[in-house]
Design a protein around this ligand. Structure first.
Ligand SMILES: [Zn+2]
Length: 280
């Protein structure tokens, strides 16, 4: 973690990750290096380091503009170390641990950082389509008894009065999983889910349902397999047998550079601070 030991190292690291093809203006996307000037830091004139000016739109920016790090009072170097700890830790990382290891002044700050980190790791930037041999399947959850209106106790008996909720799941052989609750198992809902979560270069196994045929037409291969044995083993059309996949994939430490390449694409959450009241 020595590489983020000072702010300029951290900033240069983020610049390399965010702008692999040269500095790009976040305001107008100008990438012409002749029309972007680096403004030299000047403490006396309150010019912060890492500032650029774009000649195309005449605006100033730093590498954090438009990222989750914009407007943060926490030094970038501490953000990067915190992300590194979360991304590489095999067991979870607590806010207290982050506070102590980063020498943060308050637990609240550490807690807020952890919240932001966890939130950004759930961003679509981290949800690129799965590719390879995939299985897609619908299942139903919420089989527990449901409370009847005006009744305090749930209806007795398993599934009695329950409302089953359809869930569609896409599973890759290595254990990567995408799931989504859908209003009903329709071609429209399945198409939307598969389109977002599966790469067309994939081979997809489905059950015998005819719903999938038009959806998976453009995919590399679509195999319809017999599902009555699916709880124990899956027989593929090519003769191999795949055993039931663990739904909880083993947590692999992520490649930190890849994590940061995605983090800089995460749009910042809108500020929850109350806006200034308008005068009546
Ligand atoms: Zn610009």
């Amino acid at each position: 973690m020595k590489r983020f030991s000072c702010e300029s190292d951290a900033r240069e690291y983020l610049e390399a990750v965010r702008w692999p093809n040269g500095v790009t203006c976040p305001h107008c996307k100008n990438n012409n290096q002749e029309k972007i000037w680096k403004i030299h830091a000047n403490v006396a004139k309150k010019v912060r380091p890492g500032l650029y000016r774009c000649a195309e739109c005449d605006k100033e920016f730093t590498v954090t503009v438009g990222t989750i790090f914009e407007d943060s009072h926490i030094p970038l170097s501490k953000w990067l170390v915190a992300f590194y700890m979360v991304a590489t830790a095999k067991k979870g990382v607590s806010a207290l641990w982050i506070q102590q290891n980063l020498g943060l002044g308050s637990y609240r700050t550490a807690w807020m950082m952890m919240h932001k980190i966890r939130h950004s790791l759930k961003d679509p930037a981290f949800m690129e389509p799965l590719e390879g041999t995939l299985e897609v399947d619908e299942t139903y959850v919420n089989a527990l008894p449901r409370k009847r209106a005006n009744e305090k106790r749930p209806v007795k008996g398993y599934r009695q009065g329950s409302e089953k909720v359809p869930v569609v799941a896409l599973v890759k052989r290595d254990g990567a999983v995408r799931t989504k609750v859908i209003p009903n198992v329709s071609q429209k809902n399945l198409r939307l889910f598969i389109g977002l979560n599966a790469d067309e270069k994939s081979t997809v196994n489905t059950d015998q349902s005819t719903l999938y045929r038009p959806i998976l037409k453009t995919f590399k291969r679509h195999d319809r397999v017999n599902h009555h044995v699916k709880e124990y083993a899956r027989h593929n059309a090519d003769g191999t047998v795949s055993h039931k996949v663990k739904t909880k994939p083993q947590k692999e430490p992520m490649d930190f550079d890849e994590v940061m390449r995605r983090v800089v694409r995460v749009k910042p959450e809108r500020s929850k601070k109350p806006t200034k009241r308008k005068r009546k």
